[in-house]
Design a protein around this ligand. Structure first.
Ligand code: PGA
Length: 248
């Protein structure tokens, strides 16, 4: 049985005061949550959130990391720095990083292998553009992204990897993939993992759905047999919209 895993990707949102209020509420209200929950605030609030979630069942995530070790890399944040702050998970390959900041498959793979080698868990985001879906290439795009992101990742390390299927056209747009669309790609991604590793690895890997998941649609999405959780953007910014999804 795979655990349900719900992660909140705050992106470039919130301020110090809102962060403290939201995290305190999540800590209080999720203390008996049976699912795995992670929140990924902006880098500048990681230290603050780290203090607030210490000793609780909420995992601390970062939204990105550098592909290189400490050194002369202006503006970058290394995995060592993240670990120093108590970060346990890093989100990599998000479509906003791919398309807004030009991150290619090769760079994402460098980040994945570096984070795993440092002992961090990773969430690898994959997903097709609308134009790719319209010409029937959604599965192939996701397969290429998985093959590339996981290059050099051992089966043992794969237990520290979560996949997030996020169709790019559904992110922050209010358009959600239908539960059937999500299920189709999730099941395909699992087959890709079986091909790359083996059936056991495929059966065990957690595959989250992301893209306008909210209080209205999460139940139907999570009811799909290969949808094991969610990577939540907009709805993770308020306790009343995030907590119900966390409780799944
Ligand atoms: P959204 O973002 O829930 O606001 O669509 C999801 C994500 O990008 O991780």
């Amino acid at each position: 049985m795979r655990t349900t895993y719900v992660a909140g990707n705050w992106k470039m949102n919130m301020d110090r005061e809102g962060t403290v209020a939201l995290v305190k509420e999540l800590v209080a209200q999720l203390k008996n949550c049976k699912n795995k929950v992670m929140i990924a605030p902006p880098f500048v609030y990681l230290d603050l959130v780290s203090q607030l979630v210490k000793g609780t069942n909420i995992l601390l995530g970062a939204q990105n990391c550098a592909a290189t070790d400490n050194g002369a890399h202006t503006g970058e944040i290394s995995v060592a720095m993240l670990k120093d702050l108590g970060v346990q998970v890093v989100i990599l390959g998000h479509s906003e990083r791919r398309y807004e900041f030009g991150e290619c498959d090769e760079l994402i793979n460098m980040k994945v292998t570096r984070a795993l080698a440092a002992g961090l868990d990773v969430i690898i985001c994959i997903g097709e553009l609308l134009a790719q879906r319209e010409v029937g290439r959604a599965e192939k795009v996701c397969e290429r992204q998985l093959n590339s992101a996981l290059m050099g990742v051992s089966k043992e390390q794969l237990s520290h990897v979560t996949i997030a299927y996020e169709p790019v056209w559904a992110i922050g747009t209010g358009k959600t993939a239908t539960p059937e669309d999500a299920q189709q790609i999730h099941s395909y991604a699992r087959k890709v993992i079986a091909k790359m590793y083996d059936q056991e690895a495929a059966d065990n890997i957690i595959i989250q759905y992301g893209g306008s998941m909210n209080v209205k649609n999460y139940k139907e999405l999570l009811a799909q047999s290969d949808v094991d959780g969610g990577l939540i953007g907009g709805a993770s910014l308020k306790a009343e919209t995030f907590i119900p999804i966390c409780n799944g």
